[in-house]
Design a protein around this ligand. Structure first.
Ligand code: ARG
Length: 466
């Protein structure tokens, strides 16, 4: 066999006679994206080496040399001077090789009692734990923006919709708080997911654990994990924690996309409910009059990407036998892109939401037309003793009459209204006003001003400690 063709840089090349095809090197390399994990990889290696020394598995002085060498490498990577090599496949082998080149023999002891399989699982968990915390902080900013918007136009009444048809009047802060609730649930989901992310797989080694007398608890504790995985086969092949995160990110994007859709509709000339700040819009290269709502459109579009990543991961793990399979390397780009996409989307939406300006006159016009208080008229009749179904039918007829006369319910005369039911009196006009309508919805969770004031205060209190 031609020894010249053998490449000696690969840590695993002992049993190989021929060099790796260049084509394969390019195909299998992950270092161009998993280099993002360098801080986690180095932190994990340092603790692992320290543990090996504490357990008498490697000499103390080797652990010291490893620690120093890794610190230098970390600085070099941070400054952009480190040269990554595809030939060394991934972040783990690139760093290990650089360490050996720096400190020699001691560096070769680092990989005792571990495998890249438990190493990559640990790195990814450490990375995701940090990103979950960052995303959580960004969601908190978005929630604060919603509260600011709610507070700024506390008495504004807008049409509430079902089927995108005007339905009943609601308070602007009630509408903002609806999104606040969604993001509260998202943050709960993230915290729940974090519990399962923050478990240490190190010590599982390649798949079966190790015969060295390692101290897994020490490693876990030093790295801030709150426990250790219970089964080595599962630990090296479990990517549920990523799937859970992607699902949560998918739901966050769904919520952002709904908000985006609403802003896009609201910003249209047909609705004209809000003005989006110029700084968050772009123009058209051909139509001079255009001001396009690009931010919410992009957020809505990026939602598709995140859903796609969730589907990728579910599909990647679907047919995998235990334990580690190289397929799992495909998890990272999906995860990284999801993190980038969801964080950037939340951040920009937070900035946009604070700057929204409702066009109160236009909103008011729509809320006083379209029979938004028809249900109130039916409820009025019910309170005077009429069964709801009968009231519903009578009000339906009244609406028909209004349509033929081009009037809203509140614009009818008392005489005209009385013709539909003798139960109707002078007090009906208060009921048919939008303020009256909103004011009656005092049940918990309703849009009455008292309820909304309470809900807003509660939400603000929750956010004061953040
Ligand atoms: N780059 C690999 C990944 O991301 C690391 C683990 C490789 N393990 C192996 N036995 N080839 O999954």
């Amino acid at each position: 066999m031609n020894e010249d063709k053998k490449v000696s840089r690969k840590p695993w090349d002992g049993r190989f006679v021929e060099a790796t095809e260049k084509m394969l090197e390019g195909f299998s390399a992950s270092v161009h994206y998993d280099c993002r994990l360098y801080r986690q990889d180095i932190a994990g290696s340092k603790v692992h080496a320290r543990m090996l020394a504490r357990q008498g598995i490697i000499p103390d002085k080797d652990a010291d040399a490893i620690d120093n060498g890794l610190s230098q490498i970390e600085e070099e990577i941070a400054s952009g001077d480190f040269v990554w090599s595809n030939e060394l496949e991934d972040i783990h082998m690139n760093i290990e090789q650089a360490l050996v080149e720096r400190i020699g023999e001691a560096g070769k002891r680092l990989h005792t009692a571990r495998s890249r399989n438990d190493q990559v699982a640990a790195d990814t968990r450490l990375y995701l734990r940090e990103e979950i915390d960052r995303l959580n902080r960004l969601l908190s900013l978005l929630q604060k923006a919603l509260l600011q918007q709610a507070r700024a136009h506390k008495d504004l009444i807008l049409p509430g919709y079902t089927h995108l048809q005007r339905a009943q009047p609601v308070l602007w802060p009630h509408h903002m708080l609806a999104y606040f609730e969604m993001f509260t649930r998202d943050r709960d989901r993230l915290q729940d997911c974090r519990k399962r992310v923050n478990i240490c797989p190190l010590g599982s080694a390649a798949l079966a654990g190790t015969g060295f007398p390692i101290d897994r608890e020490y490693v876990a504790e030093q790295l801030g994990f709150h426990g250790i995985t219970a089964n080595s086969l599962d630990a090296v092949s479990d990517r549920d924690f990523i799937i859970e995160f992607l699902a949560t990110a998918g739901i966050i994007m769904a919520h952002l996309s709904r908000l985006s859709e609403e802003l896009i509709i609201w910003a249209s000339a047909e609705f004209s409910f809000v003005d989006l700040p110029d700084g968050f819009c772009t123009g058209s290269s051909i139509m001079p009059q255009k001001k396009n709502p690009d931010v919410p459109e992009l957020v809505r579009g990026k939602t598709g990407r995140v859903y796609g990543h969730l589907m990728s991961l579910l599909t990647i793990v679907k047919g995998l036998p235990l334990a580690y399979n190289r397929d799992l390397q495909e998890d990272k780009e999906a995860l990284f892109d999801t993190v980038d996409t969801v964080c950037a989307s939340v951040e920009i939406m937070a900035a946009l939401v604070v700057r929204l300006v409702p066009k109160k006159k236009n909103i008011h016009r729509t809320v006083t037309q379209g029979f938004l208080t028809a249900t109130d008229l039916a409820d009025y009749l019910v309170k005077k003793g009429m069964p709801f179904r009968q009231a519903h039918s009578i009000v339906g007829k009244a609406v028909l009459r209004c349509i033929s006369q081009g009037k809203d319910l509140a614009e009818m005369s008392l005489e005209d209204l009385k013709a539909f039911s003798s139960l109707i009196d002078e007090d009906i006009f208060e009921v048919l006003s939008i303020e009256g309508s909103v004011g009656t919805r005092r049940c918990p969770g309703g849009t009455a001003p008292e309820r909304v004031t309470e809900a807003l205060a509660k939400a603000e209190k929750k956010m004061t400690y953040e």
